[in-house]
Design a protein around this ligand. Structure first.
Ligand SMILES: Cc1ncc(COP(=O)(O)O)c(C=O)c1O
Length: 375
């Protein structure tokens, strides 16, 4: 584990920097391949392979006639539904146009001067804080375990950070920081007056590990959530933030009204009311992830890491192959994987794959077998 300072980026360099690329760009991939986006089997974005709850489709249709009206300006009814879903007070929930909007809102509103990111980490946190003029530094978690040592982090935190950001479970590693350890970290942060921002985009798969209850009552802890992954709707754009009511009110005052459209509000409402779908998704993922991890581990030249989310990080151990060559080779089968060289802290030999349905996972495995047999 080490601590590395990163250069203060200008807004232009942030968006030109390859480090701010994402998975899931099936459009660019399909264009480059000369195929339609529908042909792409996307393992690069980690979306629930069971799709969205059936009630979401009905809600979508029901919402269409309402498009002649403005949506609720701050999705107040949805905030109440999300709060009920999590057993929270509705004043502690703020809904946004995907969690990405809230990441940028937070960076602007907190006006942090110095921020520590626990890396590897989703790139938009660095982008948002850089754009707001903060100096961004990283604390690296290292393979093979990617575990967090509070002692090491604690001594870094004494250097005076305004905010500490981490994802739990981590993306792209899939490693989980257990809740008791995070609670300890929250105490540490409070002592050194550092705000703790926990991006829980993937925590729906291990809901009991969420820090949401603590965030709702502590002024220095903020949790970010999203419907994108678990409810399989990256195209709809719904995310939310959980924090102490006073902080949420302050943030709401800085959020653009009507950020979340009517259809998105209605569909999201239906999603969180479908408990059967939630249970079915979790059971499916535990089983399918274990199966896929075992199959990947059985392929000579690949080492998957343990994950508590709906994806697996894999290291290539085959001598001459790197993830970008692997990506290119799999592309010939219209299979898209997420290479991880642009995540500071990982390198050329790491890639991430979503856990999809059995049939789709078999297609990936077949593709991998072919490529590995040729190297
Ligand atoms: C860790 C993490 N946080 C946030 C996001 C953004 O999600 P949203 O679609 O809610 O903006 C992503 C998307 O990939 C992510 O991986």
């Amino acid at each position: 584990m080490s601590n590395e300072k990163s250069r203060l980026l200008t807004p232009d360099s942030v968006f030109r920097n390859p480090q701010f690329r994402h998975g899931g760009n099936i459009y660019a991939f399909a264009r480059a391949r000369g195929v339609t986006p529908e042909r792409v089997l996307d393992f690069s974005a980690s979306i629930n392979p069971l799709g969205w709850p059936p009630a979401a489709t009905r809600a979508y249709r029901r919402a269409l006639p309402q498009l002649v009206h403005y949506p609720e300006p701050y999705a107040e009814s949805l905030s109440t539904a999300l709060a009920a879903y999590h057993d929270l007070n509705s004043r502690t929930v703020l809904v946004g146009n995907g969690s990405t909007q809230l990441i940028f809102l937070l960076a602007r509103a907190l006006a942090a001067r110095r921020v520590l990111l626990i890396a590897p980490l989703f790139s938009e946190h660095a982008a948002a804080f850089c754009l707001s003029g903060a100096r961004v530094e990283r604390f690296f978690l290292r393979p093979p375990t990617f575990t967090l040592s509070l002692k090491r982090l604690g001594s870094s935190l004494t250097k005076g950070y305004d905010a500490l950001v981490l994802t739990n479970p981590n993306s792209p590693t899939g490693a989980l920081i257990p809740r008791p350890q995070l609670e300890e970290l929250a105490c540490l942060c409070q002592r050194v007056r550092t705000r703790l921002i926990v991006d829980e985009t993937f925590v729906d798969w291990v809901e009991e590990e969420s820090l949401k209850q603590l965030a709702a009552r502590s002024p220095h802890v903020i949790v970010l959530r999203s419907l994108t992954k678990f409810f399989a709707m990256p195209g709809l754009r719904v995310g939310y933030l959980i924090g102490q009511a006073r902080l949420v009110a302050r943030l709401r005052a800085r959020l653009e009204p009507w950020s979340v459209n009517t259809v998105a509000q209605e569909v999201a409402f239906a999603c969180v009311r479908d408990q059967r779908f939630v249970r079915r998704s979790r059971t499916f993922m535990v089983q399918e992830r274990a199966w896929l991890a075992e199959q990947l581990a059985g392929l000579k030249g690949l080492q998957p890491f343990p994950s508590r989310a709906n994806f697996l990080l894999v290291r290539i151990t085959a001598s001459a192959l790197n993830a970008s060559s692997l990506r290119q080779a799999l592309a010939r089968e219209d299979l898209l994987i997420r290479t991880c060289a642009d995540f500071p802290g990982l390198g050329e030999r790491f890639f991430r794959v979503a856990v999809r349905t059995r049939q789709e996972n078999r297609r990936l495995l077949n593709g991998l077998r072919v490529v590995l047999s040729q190297w």
